[in-house]
Design a protein around this ligand. Structure first.
Ligand code: G3P
Length: 219
């Protein structure tokens, strides 16, 4: 399973990369704004900076919502760097645009997916990734993980190659459950990824090993 980090924070992207487990980065307009990145030139420079840190795919989201404008914006984003994946919202013009980008060999990430039907459309359009937002479904008392299970079943039934990119992942259990369900990718904050490291028995065991080593060495 691939681990993407869902942030535009360069320090956190570097930290995840240095951990050696980072396979890519996802961003969105909210995450860019959170880092204070505004203005087209700054946004573009920031995408390039992210691409220099990671070896993996970097999702850059279009702001346009009409077909012609999505194509212009998406093609410009794709030209920025070979690792850029054009992130397109699950709307009618977005699906059309994904089909076009696919025909041109431009990678896409279909975002804001909340149902199996939307995921089916994204796959039929040839999206490289589909992003079901599991945390936001959980937020409204709907089972986000059930959606991952449903999409996995549908994609496997027909051999769709679109990769399931579980998004809006909030914590370690989301990651573990996505792994159990066969999600191809998860994207979440650094805190969710590093939470996988933690177990009290690991901490206690290590403390004991170090104490016994020191004792045996007469320290
Ligand atoms: O990649 C989509 C993701 O950023 C949404 O996450 O936590 O805002 O629901 P969240």
């Amino acid at each position: 399973m691939k681990f993407f980090i869902d942030t535009a924070n360069l320090a956190q992207i570097k930290e995840a990369h240095e951990l050696g487990v980072l396979d890519g980065v996802t961003t969105n307009p909210t995450l860019m704004a959170k880092e204070g990145i505004t203005g087209q030139d700054n946004v573009i420079a920031h995408y390039k900076a992210i691409c220099e840190i990671t070896d993996g795919d970097v999702s850059a989201e279009v702001i346009a919502t009409t077909y012609d404008e999505i194509i212009v914006e998406g093609e410009a984003l794709a030209k920025l760097h070979e690792r850029i994946v054009v992130k397109v919202p699950m709307i009618k013009d977005g699906v059309r645009a994904i089909k076009y980008f696919t025909s041109k060999g431009i990678k896409t990430n279909c975002t804001l997916v909340f149902s199996a039907g939307q995921a089916l459309l994204a796959a039929k359009a040839g999206a490289t990734y589909v992003s079901p937002f599991i945390g936001r479904l959980d937020d409204i008392s709907t089972d986000g993980l059930q959606l991952i299970e449903d999409i996995r079943l549908i994609y496997d039934n027909y051999g769709y190659e679109t990769q399931i990119l579980a998004a809006s992942v909030r914590h370690a259990m989301h990651i573990i459950n996505c792994a159990k369900l066969g999600s191809d990718v998860i994207t979440g904050p650094l805190s969710a990824i590093t939470a996988l490291l933690k177990h009290p028995l690991t901490d206690n065991g290590l403390a004991q090993f170090l104490a016994d080593h020191a004792k045996a060495a007469g320290k």
